[in-house]
Ligand binder design. Sequence first.
Ligand code: PMP
Length: 426
Amino acid sequence: MPFTANRQFKKAPRMFVAAKDMHYTTSDGRQVLDGTAGLWCVNAGHARPRIVEAIAKQAAELDYAPAFQMGHPKAFELANRIVDIAPQGLDHVLFTNSGSESVETALKVAIAYHRANGEGSRTRLIGRERGYHGVNFGGISVGGIVNNRKMFGTLLSGVDHLPHTHNLSKNAFSRGLPQHGVELADELERIVTLHDASTIAAVIVEPVAGSTGVLIPPPGYLQRLREITSKHGILLIFDEVITGYGRLGTPFAADYFGVTPDIMVTAKGLTNGVVPMGAVLVSAQIHDAFMNGPEHLIEFFHGYTYSGNPIASAAGLATLETYKEEHLFERGNELAPYWEEALHSLKGLPHVIDIRNIGLVGAIELEPIAGQPTKRAFAAFLKAYDAGLLIRTTGDIIALSPPLIIEKAQIDQIVGTLADILKTLE
Ligand code: PMP
């Protein structure tokens, strides 16, 4: 099983057998409130009829079509619908089957774009400490999580990392964007000076780092990265696998922060997590480099058997329609102040050293038990599961990202359950 201590799991398996709207049903018949939208992906809630029907219909009509040298209408339709809601300027789409594949695709697009432009020396990539960009080799190379890297050798060469923006001593208990740390973006200038811009292909960051505990940038930070990358002809990639499709109360984090990258990496909420699919959005400039570049470079030698799979495309179309019809992004935005108040009411409870929130995402950071990192938060995860609440933990941080259909009473339930648990933790 992925990211699971299998030895422990086998002793006490936790099994979901059904899901509807905001709840999972466990194998022992209990209802568990989904405080994490599955894995940050089920933004419209579970088993939504429109999506279920679209998948069934598509499976009967056109189950599979090769994406190499051929197409089918639903993939193009979905690409258009994504572009409709994407920031202006991101108007072409490549389909993948996961966030990890979207990351690899984006990194390869960036390097190939420069080559198509006659700048083949631009191959270096810059990620960030505590960044998560999936689990494939490119992603763990630009990613900044020690545990995800240390077992797997030398990884990609030519990768540097910006410092992360998490600063507990200065920013603890910030509401929304934290105040301190905008100057950390200037570290990019130092890296550019060291290597020379002519060697650097792209910078990749999550606008809000999700998997490492909801690390929110200070105001102006992403703008500075944009300015520096533009100045040096370096592509800016936003990994919006978590922040995309309404999580912050806007279609994408790029909208929330008012910063448009050159490439945007998405997955998860694109299909409500129901069918594996990712989408990489690129600017016209990048698209045109391949369309108009030298003849021997017009093909982008990359793609997957399931790129733009018809059933995934149908699920994506039904998902985007559901978001639109039910105004779910706006709903996330409207609920965000209530969410913020509710989460911050946990301040002062035992072990809580920080609470963070943005859109319908939140994190509660706990003081680690000395010498036993992760133990306290994982104990909270197990207790929450037993108490009928699904949370996610990373290190000693509890991360929350409920479906956007959540009701205020369910926000109260999440916070109430967590308050009870925090009082009982070692
Ligand atoms: N990038 C980010 C920012 C993510 O949060 C994730 C998944 N949590 C990924 C990439 C990888 O996505 P997947 O698990 O679908 O490969």
